[in-house]
Design a protein around this ligand. Sequence first.
Ligand code: PGA
Length: 255
Amino acid sequence: MRKTIIGNWKMFKTISEINIFKNHLDMMIDDKTINVEYGIAVPSIYLQYTVELFKDYKNILILAQDAHYKENGAYTGCISYTQLLDVNVDGSLIGHSERRTMFNETDEEINKKVMTLSSKNLTTVLCVGESLDDYKQKVSVQIVISQLKNALEMVPLNDVKNIIIAYEPVWAIGTGIVPNVSEIENMITEIRNTISSLYNQKYGNSIRVLYGGSVNINNIDDFLKLENLSGFLVGSASLKGNDFTELLMKGSKYE
Ligand code: PGA
């Protein structure tokens, strides 16, 4: 399967920086032929601008970083899945650890978001991952599997095709510290086994499962070799157009 590489811009970038990023992509890659599924999760204020800017790119996914599960309502500061659809956004990250920890997002809310977005054919990048404490206490697998099961509760088989899972240990995000390759491999296997038991083996094998946390142009090759890993969710290394294109080019060499 082609690798999937998604950049998470978090609360970074201005219009002029987005334009510079786009110029890099124009110079370095051919969207029509690049052998990788790829996307960027953009601050909500720039979603519409970015969709328009990349309108000639047929393969790039323009994603939000969060979306509300209600169609509309009195939710100051939120954007709804309906509004994403209205401006042709392809989907959203859901349950990123920064949302879980800084904005107190619960498993229950994440479940509602996953259920709604995936049912509307929006690409839903469900983020799961254990804290440093969990890791030290050797309960990473239990924590991640429980987050996964809670997020997928009642999500029907038919909508699972719209879900991408991103395993991001919280202690690896923005720290420059990454798990061993074998730790990632084991967790991806656990995630796939859980999907097989919740749905079926076919989905367990085919669902896209990404790793995220301090991935960059220097360490990506180590992880690209992992056969059960579908790709990456990349934060800081996705901000610079030349680094991001290098990640895409490296990823495009793998099936
Ligand atoms: P990082 O962020 O690549 O900067 O560690 C990853 C993420 O938060 O998705």
